[in-house]
Structures are given as structure tokens and as C-alpha cells.
Ligand binder design. Sequence first.
Ligand SMILES: NC(=O)c1ccc[n+]([C@@H]2O[C@H](COP(=O)([O-])OP(=O)(O)OC[C@H]3O[C@@H](n4cnc5c(N)ncnc54)[C@H](O)[C@@H]3O)[C@@H](O)[C@H]2O)c1
Ligand SMILES: [Zn+2]
Length: 528
Amino acid sequence: MSENIILIGFMGSGKDSVAKEISKNTDLTFFSMDDYIVLREKRTINNIFEESGEEYFRKIEKEILEEIENVKNVVVATGGGVVKDKKNRETLSEMGKVFYLYTSLDALKQRLSKDKTRPLIKDKNNIIKIYNERMKKGIYEFAYEKVDTSKITPEQVADRILKISKIETKTEEKSIEVYKLRTETKEYPIYIGYDILRDSKDLNMELKSDKVAIISNPVVGTLFLKETEKMLMDKGIKPLSCIIPDGEKYKNFDTIKKIFDTLLKEKMDRTSGIIALGGGVIGDMGGFVASTLKRGISLIQIPTTLIAQVDSSIGGKTGFDHPLGKNMIGTFYQPDMVLIDIKKLLTLPDKEFRNGMAEVIKYGITHDSELFGILETKQKEITNRDIMLLKDIVSRCVKIKKKIVEEDEKEEKGIREVLNYGHTIGHIIETITGYSKYSHGEAVATGMVEEAKLALKEGLLSNKDFERIEKLIERYELPSSIPDNIKREDMKNYVSQDKKVRKGKIRLPVPTGIGKIVFREVECEKFL
Ligand SMILES: NC(=O)c1ccc[n+]([C@@H]2O[C@H](COP(=O)([O-])OP(=O)(O)OC[C@H]3O[C@@H](n4cnc5c(N)ncnc54)[C@H](O)[C@@H]3O)[C@@H](O)[C@H]2O)c1
Ligand SMILES: [Zn+2]
């Protein structure tokens, strides 16, 4: 896929319009730094300047660059002053190809004369002063290329940038797959397509309510909130948004309470609905709130990470963490609809993408040898986020998860547990290392190799298949062995405390071949 495009330039140089134009014609997603700051701070840029001053603004500007530097396939409209800082300039250069939109002072004066939204130029003489200052310091010089925007339209500027950077034009992939998930409590559609929110006419969405709250976080909100709002407005709904801080460490009761507070203040009632727009953290919390607010309101999942698309958005498990453990409080609550947009996977940081690939590999090992084969032969294309391959992969995983959920909705029949392959050892690694050193995907990847080793030792899995599993995990840059700093003895202690242990034995799903999985009772002693 392409490299990020970063637009810098004086206020009024057209960074937003040009970035939107580039995004319209390519697979890059528009990312406005100002939008991000507004969502994160929950105040307008003007208010931040007035209430906290420019110094504070520059400080958070620096912080946010660190928060977004790993986002991929975006065209970034930067804030006008971000390039004043040397470290920021370095970060921007590392993030992608930087284009400087130059504008003459005359053109700027004309463009900015009616603009009342910009805090730094309330006094018009300030424009000249700041302009001259920045020019003198040469703070735009680090750009990869300069484009003079003084006499041309944003469309023409975008066109020039596209030619210089040789970015491919937008992928035309319009087909939408629909799967119906049927459980005892509900039947709902799962849509899978590319850029499906932008043109949602084909989505047969029957929203039962006209009061809808979108729950998201600053980064996902900056990327996708506007298009989600537009989709709803096209259907006659004016949504409200509830932005919560990013990360697993906020998946707790404090955040849940804040969401309840917001939604109840907005007088959401039994006919209202929630859209969970984000990864598994947002999906699990949004789902929990939907399942309990007024004893249950409608819920749409729009998963934006690979984990969320292939796993957490489907199947109705909701919840949040407690200091005594992950996902300690939750409900089973099926959504009314899941909208899977493959385009969302393009902006994921590599680390998050790899995390999701661990779960995809899991489905290949447990259920789908063809998927496993695709992962083996097309590793390069998949890592480069080939859209058609991603769509095929996500569809395969969704079909597997759907079938399992239909057979064992509430994990009561011992069927849904097959999805725990790799997770027993994975969870132990996560617990011993305090949920910080290894991501869930990394821990599960190691867990899958270790649990396959168990099958190998028991004579259930051939050497050849074991090696295929180990090699595939390594090819996706996931760890395949237990880190040296974790003692096997410590892990054994954790296994014996596992709630699945009965009379010194633990029941586990283990692979007997690629795409084949069985449950086995294994003595804890033999486990590691
Ligand atoms: N309910 C279930 O069945 C189930 C299954 C698996 C996992 N989970 C839960 O899911 C959570 C993990 O999910 P996750 O891995 O999606 O984590 P996450 O929701 O924290 O997302 C990972 C990171 O990616 C960012 N992000 C999300 N979408 C993006 C996009 N399109 N572009 C760029 N950045 C994006 C997020 O802001 C976040 O920083 C855990 O809390 C886990 O317990 C639940
Ligand atoms: Zn998992």
C-alpha cells in the first residue's frame, strides 16, 4: 500500500481541502490533526487557545504526533504551527512524504480576510508578522516537495501531489457480502465490503430508532466519525457522539459510567440505539452499554481493527475489565447488525495488524486449511494490505465465527471453546508479564505453537504440520517461543490454577492437522 502523505503550510494554504481531495481519489483516509485535537480535548481549537494558551496547545500537538505516528495509509492535514518544533518536523518526515503547500502573502491575506475561526489571526496584522517570521526561519524547508498553491485550485494541487507521489488511484470494489447470523435470541446481518459506509445505499439498514449515539475514541473518530455521521444523516438520523479515551486501560467501570452519564443526559430511551465504532475495546464497552441501558437498546457494530472484524464484533460477548481481571464483568448481547468495512484495516498500525493476524492464523489452524494455504502463499500481499485478499480472509473468518456462535451462543455446549486454541498459554504469558510487554496477538501466537507442541508430543499432530504452524507464525513476525524471562515452572503454577482444571487435568482444543481441531484432556504436569 502507499506511504502516508503529510501536508504542511501556513494557515489558509488549503491543507484540509487538498487532503480531502486526495483522499477522495485514492485509498488514503483523510486525517485532520485539528479534528484529532478537538476530539481528544473535547473543546474547539479557539477555546483551547483562549482557556489554556498557545503553549499548552503546542504541548498537546507534540503529544498527539506520538499518538498517531504509526497510523498508515492516511493523508494528514497538519495544524499550521506544528512545524515550528524541530522534533515535530522529524516525526512528520518519518510518518510519510511531506508536501509543503506554499501560498504567497497576497493570496493568503485574501483567503483569510473573512475567516473568524483562527485564533492566531484575530488581529489581521498578525498574519503578516507570523508569515514573515515562519518564512525567515525556513521551517517548511524539510518538505519532500513544495507546491505553489497561490493561483491554483485545491483540486489542481491534489492532482500535482498525486502525480509526484505516484499513488495508485482508488480501488473500485463495490460488491458487498451479507451473512445472516441466527441464534436463539436474534437474527442479524453481517455486511462485508470495501468503503461501504461512504455509499450506504446498498445497505439494507432498518434502524429502529432516530436517536443514535456513536461511541468511539479520538483516533478512530478522526478517521471515521464524519463518514459514519453522514451515513446516518443520509438516512434522516442526527447522531450524537460519545468519545472515550483510547486503550485497554480505559476499558473499565469509570468509562462505562461516563458513557451512561452522557447518554442519559441526552435522554436516550428504549427506542434509541448505539453504534460502536472502533476496535474490540470500543465494541465490548459499546455492547455492554447497549445491553444494559434501559434494559437493552439496539446496537450496531462497526469494527475497525482486524481483531474486531474477525472476532470481537461477532457473537455478542460484551464487557469491561476489573482490577481483579480482564473482562470480568459483561453480558451476552447480540448486535442488530455488523458492518465490516475492509478499508478500515488500511489505516491500522502494523502492530495492530499483526495482532489481528494471530487470530486469523488461529482460524486457519482450527477450521480452514485453505485459509492457512492462502496465508502461506500470499504473505507478502497480505502484509501489504491487499484489499481483495483481506476481504477474502475476513469473510472466511467471519463465516467460521458465525457458525460457532450459532451452534453455541453462550459457550455452554463446549463448542465455542475451540476458539480458545492458543489462548490458555497466551493468557498465562499475558498475566505473568502484566499485560504490558506482549500484545494479545503475540501471546496467543506463542500459545498456539506451544499448544501444537503438546499435540505433537501426544502423537496427534505430524512433525510436518507442526513445522508449518510454527513457520507461518514466524512469517507474520509473531513470536513462536516463550520469552526467556518467563520460567516454565511459573507457567506450570498458573496452569494448575486455571479454572478449566479438573483433577489435575485440563481440557484443551489441540490441532490434529491443519484445519482440524479436537479437545483433549491433558495432565497439567505434561503441559509445559
Ligand atoms: N467480545 C469478544 O468476543 C472479544 C474477542 C476478542 C477480543 N476482545 C476484546 O477486544 C479488545 C482488543 O481489541 P483490539 O485489538 O481491536 O484493540 P483496541 O480496540 O484497543 O484497538 C487497538 C488500537 O487500534 C486503534 N485503531 C482502531 N481502529 C483503527 C483503525 N482503523 N486505524 C488506526 N487505528 C485504529 C485503536 O484506537 C487502538 O489504539 C480486548 O479488550 C479484548 O478483550 C473481545
Ligand atoms: Zn484472542
